[in-house]
Design a protein around this ligand. Structure first.
Ligand SMILES: [Zn+2]
Length: 383
């Protein structure tokens, strides 16, 4: 069997939800630039062509009036600073997950595997102390509690620091975006939450990063970066991290929230999105570590990074929740509401046959012959 097939099989095994981001592949996301309408939207059970899809350009936001108690959206991250043992894995994305074994033992007494009264939960498989409480806009649904399932990153093509995030802010894309996926604690797990078909199944926190070699990275990102140096593009939960996971999140400039979807198939419209307004920083060397982990499900270097193209806002409302000063009043200088750009410039990708000289060079870099590539990865690729 040829190399790329083996890797593809491994990748499919490690992460069943792995998505083909190749915009020139018939299994990839819709390729607007080339007028294609295939791939994700046509998979069985797919919601990818729905009316409440993600990501979107976060623009034209309605700033929520903090004076009206019913309309407040509150975000409360619990135990932000407490370190937890997490597992790092890669398969074309980079994942950070709470351990999944039932033999998991705490390294911070009292902080793990307890219910609200502090009693130890038998067989608990992750730390209940890490989670998020969010009050939705509708009265009566205040303080839904969400448990962290995993976090993962989205980035763009090698050498492109102007693309990579899934969401945009007022027309601007950033080179990296992390997503913290949470399950509503009224459901047993992600599978049960999605099976419910309810919009309240998941909550995803998003945080952007821009490149700065002068600004310090957070301790959490520094630790992730150092561990990424030692793993390849396909590492199945073998690397342990001791990090404060929410050290990646900066809520100091408020956040956007809207109703959306998963950004990979099957694109379930079951996500409350909460995306931070403050853009954090990453060094160019650290961003390269993420680019190094690019791999599509054919097992070769991903030609497009791993972000989904922008989706239409439709008739949804994007809310902006302003940060508060130290007496609890909203900081009005952060208010949003700029209109959306008519034509947000997404990177343009031109699909071309495999036989272009540029592609032959890429295949040589991967030490895969053109013939192998055409057998394994039939189709077109980027020029
Ligand atoms: Zn994501």
């Amino acid at each position: 069997m040829i190399r790329c097939s083996i890797v593809a099989l491994l990748a499919a095994h490690v992460y069943a939800g792995g998505a083909v981001y190749d915009r020139c592949d018939s299994l990839g996301p819709e390729d607007k630039a080339n007028g294609k309408s295939s791939g994700w939207a046509h998979n069985d059970g797919s919601f990818c062509r729905g009316a409440q899809q993600s990501p979107i350009d976060l623009c034209g936001a309605t700033t929520i009036d903090a004076g009206n108690e019913d309309s407040q959206v509150k975000l409360s991250l619990t135990n932000m600073a407490i370190k937890s043992t997490m597992q790092l894995s890669t398969d074309g994305q980079v994942y950070i997950s709470p351990p999944t074994t039932t033999t998991y033992t705490a390294d911070t007494p009292g902080a793990y595997d307890t219910d609200a009264t502090g009693a130890t939960l038998a067989g608990a498989t992750w730390r209940d102390g890490i989670g998020v409480k969010v009050g939705r806009q509708a009265a009566g649904t205040i303080e839904t509690t969400w448990k962290l399932a995993q976090a993962h990153f989205h980035w763009g093509r090698d050498g492109h620091q102007d693309e990579g995030s899934e969401h945009y802010i007022e027309g601007v894309q950033h080179p990296l975006e992390v997503h913290f996926v949470h399950v509503n604690t009224k459901y047993a797990d992600i599978t049960a939450a999605l099976r419910s078909g309810n919009e309240d199944a998941l909550l995803v926190l998003g945080q952007f990063f821009k490149v700065s070699d002068a600004a310090p990275m957070s301790a959490t990102l520094t630790e992730i970066n150092s561990k990424l140096a030692g793993v390849g593009a396909l590492a199945a939960g073998i690397v342990q991290l001791s990090i404060a996971p929410y050290g990646l999140i900066d809520q100091s400039d408020g956040f956007y929230t809207y109703a959306g979807s998963l950004t990979t198939p099957t694109c379930n419209e079951a996500v409350t999105w909460v995306v931070m307004n403050k853009v954090s920083t990453i060094t160019s060397a650290a961003l390269d570590r993420f680019h190094d982990k690019s791999m599509d499900t054919h097992g070769h270097k991903a030609a497009y990074g791993n972000y989904r193209p922008l989706q239409a806002l439709g008739d949804r409302t994007v809310y902006f929740v302003a940060p508060r000063d130290n007496v609890g009043n909203p900081i009005t200088s952060t208010y949003k509401g700029m209109g959306c750009h008519k034509h947000v410039r997404e990177p343009h990708f031109q699909c071309a046959p495999l036989t272009t000289p540029e592609h032959v060079i890429k295949m040589q870099d991967m030490q895969i012959s053109l013939q192998q590539a055409m057998t394994c990865c039939a189709g077109n690729t980027v020029a």
